[in-house]
Design a protein around this ligand. Structure first.
Ligand code: NZQ
Ligand code: ZN
Length: 392
């Protein structure tokens, strides 16, 4: 087991009606002015935003609001939020939404707490020294940003999607009411489930020896999400299934499933981020579309690990050797993705990049030749190109 640090400081308030506690929780943060940050309309339509404003008012919390965050959140709105927060002397941000809203809130928080251009952090030019405190009311189980140290932003200038991780942005509290996720379109529910599974799988496919507890935990988490995703495709109002998936979402990305590893692979995520930047696809769907291609490309580096996954997670019987077992597991996972109407190729998403675009995706993903990705097998720009091509 590799040495590790586990840091999960976010207070979780989970269950039916917990959003009613938002005023009280914000009040406990002893702030003077709050920015309520939200997306493109779902929280208005559902009435959640009004209920949040009411709860803040009941506690005498002073607030302003900024909506308009889109999936694959944009840097231009982050800049607008930073200007607004500075002008209004905001000292706490309440993100009401999913990963995109939370990530935008974190970026605004960095921009207010640090001098200079916030994009520098996402470009890895320097490290943030602080972040405004963030609180979350989660409306979609997917990205895990409510407990993660990460934020992913898209710069419209070049359509570059970049992530930045720093513990100082971790949310002070996260309110998670599974009922709030019942209004999600089927596609977003499915896409979220894929993302949750992938946060665990990225950590599971590593170069470690077997880890009894962490592996067992991860395997069960993935199976739990698969079982409940299938239920939710038929019964979107099933509270128990919504709750299982929501809690899995946070645990899949708060570091728990990486304890004892050097950090995981993350190549599928890096490959998907460029698809999100260039084609604006839903993150989880993009992951499903590239995963099979990635898995087949790297499996010879750890056939034992892929074979274990096939048996323990996907319930496959052993083949004549580890490679055959591993391939059965990959096929079974693709079959599962299809069963929840997720893509298993780029053309399933109606994306047909030409040769020039494939090279551009690989170039961007390699940060213009400056980085490799993945730990199970280190991938160069040419490998990235090949994985995109195999995913067509
Ligand atoms: O904007 P609104 O109108 O709210 O609509 C959203 C959006 O269209 C809708 N939605 C959310 N809650 C809803 C709802 N619709 C109806 N009812 C509800 N209760 O769902 C759509 C997707 O929302 P988004 O926030 O984009 O989803 P998600 O949580 O999947 O976040 C995706 C973003 O997070 C990043 C992704 O790259 C992507 O940009 N990630 C962030 C991570 C992190 N910070 O730790 C890790 C992840 O790996 C991921 O990269
Ligand atoms: Zn993800």
């Amino acid at each position: 087991m590799t040495n590790f640090e586990y840091y999960a400081p976010t207070k979780v308030v989970f269950g039916k009606g917990t959003e009613e506690q938002v005023g009280e929780l914000v009040c406990g943060q002893k702030c003077n002015k709050v920015l309520v940050h939200y997306g493109s309309g779902s929280v208005k339509k559902s009435g959640l935003l009004d209920r949040i404003f009411q709860s803040l008012e009941e506690e005498g919390v002073s607030y302003i609001s900024l909506g308009g965050v889109v999936p694959n959140p944009r840097l231009s709105l982050v800049y607008e939020g930073i200007r607004l927060c500075k002008k209004e002397q905001v000292d706490f941000i309440l993100a009401v939404g999913g990963g995109s809203v939370i990530d935008s809130a974190k970026a605004i928080g960095y921009g207010v707490a640090n001098e200079g251009d916030v994009w520098d952090f996402y470009e890895r030019k320097r490290a943030a020294q602080g972040c405004l405190p963030i609180g979350v009311v989660l409306t979609i189980a997917a990205a895990g940003s409510e407990m993660s140290n990460s934020s992913v932003i898209t710069n419209e200038n070049g359509w570059l999607k970049r992530g930045y991780g720093n513990d100082c942005c971790r949310a002070k509290f996260a309110i998670m009411d599974p009922e709030l996720t019942m209004t999600l379109p089927k596609y977003q529910t499915a896409s979220g489930c894929v993302d949750i599974m992938m946060h665990t799988m990225e950590r599971y496919f590593n170069q470690e020896e077997n880890l009894e507890l962490t592996d067992g935990f991860s395997e069960h988490l993935i199976r739990t999400v698969m079982d409940n995703a299938k239920i939710l495709m038929k019964e979107p109002d099933n509270y128990k299934a919504r709750a299982e998936v929501m809690w899995a979402g946070s645990l899949s990305h708060n570091g728990l499933t990486g304890c004892g590893t050097a950090g995981g692979d993350w190549a599928s995520h890096q490959l998907e981020h460029e698809l999100g930047g260039m084609f604006d696809v839903a993150h989880g769907a993009g992951l499903a579309a590239v995963w099979g291609s990635w898995a087949r490309y790297v499996l010879d580096a750890r056939p034992d690990r892929f074979a274990r996954f096939a048996v323990r997670v996907m319930g496959q019987t052993k083949g004549k050797d580890e490679i055959e077992t591993a391939l059965r597991g990959i096929e079974a996972m693709e079959e599962f993705y299809r069963s929840i109407e997720m893509p298993v190729s780029l053309s399933d998403m109606e994306i047909h990049p030409d040769e020039k675009q494939l090279h551009s995706l690989a170039e961007k993903c390699s940060h213009f030749g400056k980085r490799t990705i993945g730990c199970i097998k280190k991938l160069e720009q040419e490998d990235m190109y090949q994985i995109y091509k195999n995913a067509l």
